[in-house]
Design a protein around this ligand. Structure first.
Ligand SMILES: Cc1ncc(COP(=O)(O)O)c(C=O)c1O
Length: 397
């Protein structure tokens, strides 16, 4: 399903939005995060998928591959960690931001506790950043978070709390725990009266956009379309804002894709304000299974996203197999359930002969983001028949 957003405009990047998210602060985040040994110092690959582009009938298809960002396996390694550095600096302004994740201030931070809800990747990234800096960390997970995702977070030393409700209930529980103990919530979603930390999380995602622009520039390329997957909308806002500032009124077409059951951004576009999902909010795309739109993210998406689209779980599973097996002669890629959503949408539209509905034709150059690798390894193997290690071994170095 596809929805054209009547509020999207091709204008210069608005000054009001630039006060919240901007390239200068994204570059600063890049600097600060660069000292964290957990992150891949080379950034992440930018694959040119020539075979798949040909099969789709388009000029180019590029995949920015966040499975290689760090051992955490997703782009989320840039978000919560960036917010944590900013938060620590707010409370301890004399600290050197580049030394926080080297554990140099462990003693000072031993009582500075943080807490967050997660459906997996955000909590894992926060736990790893807290462990590196020496802050105690509690992560609240909901009933649908798999055992293997729970263990992956706990491996970074977080205190785990599991509730019986859904993701939105876990957000409420994290808030309650924080108030009870005087801890700070480091959430990737914003709600009434809570915007600063989610803003810093989104700004961290700008690091990925900055890298991508440099990779495009190196090839003297500008995409015509960028597709991003949506959970609460923070990823799309953090990345699209960077591209909007970069290309201004000549920006590419922006498209957001979500699971049909977790359509909060699609519903927000219909209502013209942050809205809730209408479905069960239970998708195999765990990272995108969010029922509520992030308020601050919506301020960026409403005026810029040209189309909102929905895909089914089966579309994602097919795209995972396609990438894992390197179909059409392209490099095999470790694309997790939420990571492959952009490709899944392109396949769905191509199958229905609908690519032209979002303005895609034989001259189009499309950029998508594989936002996670095998973050749930057993499920990944079940869906693709391969392990991440087997796929990486086949990649062209
Ligand atoms: C792998 C992956 N991709 C995309 C997203 C969507 O990000 P956001 O919730 O900021 O829209 C998430 C969120 O958890 C995720 O884990």
């Amino acid at each position: 399903m596809l929805l054209k957003n009547p509020n999207a405009a091709f204008t210069a990047y608005p000054t009001e939005l630039a006060k919240v998210l901007n390239q200068e602060t994204a570059q600063q985040s890049k600097q600060w995060l660069s000292s964290w040994p957990l992150l891949n110092p080379q950034g992440t690959p930018f694959w040119d998928m020539t075979g798949t582009a040909k099969a789709l009938g388009i000029q180019s298809l590029w995949i920015k591959d966040e499975s290689k960002r760090s051992d955490l396996g997703s782009f989320k390694a840039l978000g919560a960690p960036n917010a944590l550095i900013n938060l620590i600096l707010k409370h301890f302004p004399t600290l050197d931001p580049k030394k926080i994740f080297l554990g140099e201030y462990r003693d000072q931070l031993a009582e500075f506790a943080v807490v967050s809800a997660t459906d997996g990747n955000h909590g894992r990234a926060l736990a790893a950043a807290a462990q590196a800096s020496g802050c105690p960390c509690t992560i609240v997970i909901h009933a649908q978070v798999s055992q293997e995702r729970e263990e992956a977070i706990a491996a970074y030393g977080a205190n785990m709390v599991r509730i019986t409700g859904n993701y939105d209930k876990s957000v409420e529980e994290a808030d309650r725990i924080a108030k009870q103990h005087g801890w700070t919530v480091v959430s990737d979603t914003s709600y009434e009266g809570y915007t600063e930390i989610p803003r810093d999380v989104m700004q961290g995602y700008g690091v990925m956009a900055a890298e991508t622009v440099a990779q495009l520039d190196a090839q003297q390329q500008i995409p015509t379309h960028i597709i991003l997957q949506g959970g609460v909308g923070g990823l799309a806002a953090g990345v699209f804002s960077y591209f909007w500032e970069q290309y201004g009124a000549n920006r590419p077409m922006f498209i957001v894709v979500e699971p049909s059951q977790a359509d909060c951004l699609y519903q927000s576009a219909i209502q013209g304000k942050p809205a809730s999902a209408t479905g069960s909010v239970d998708s195999v795309m765990a990272g995108l299974a969010c029922g509520e739109t992030s308020q601050i993210a919506w301020e960026f998406l409403q005026p810029s996203v040209d189309f909102f689209a929905l895909i089914d779980d089966q579309d994602a599973i097919e795209a995972m197999k396609q990438l894992a097996h390197g179909e059409h002669g392209d490099t095999p890629i470790v694309g997790g359930e939420s990571g492959v959503a952009g490709l899944a949408l392109l396949n769905q539209l191509a199958k229905q002969d609908q690519l032209q509905a979002i303005g895609i034709n034989s001259d189009s150059r499309v950029l998508i983001f594989n936002t996670e690798g095998a973050t749930a390894p057993a499920l990944f193997q079940e869906f693709t028949g391969l392990t991440a290690q087997e796929i990486v071994a086949k990649q062209v170095k």
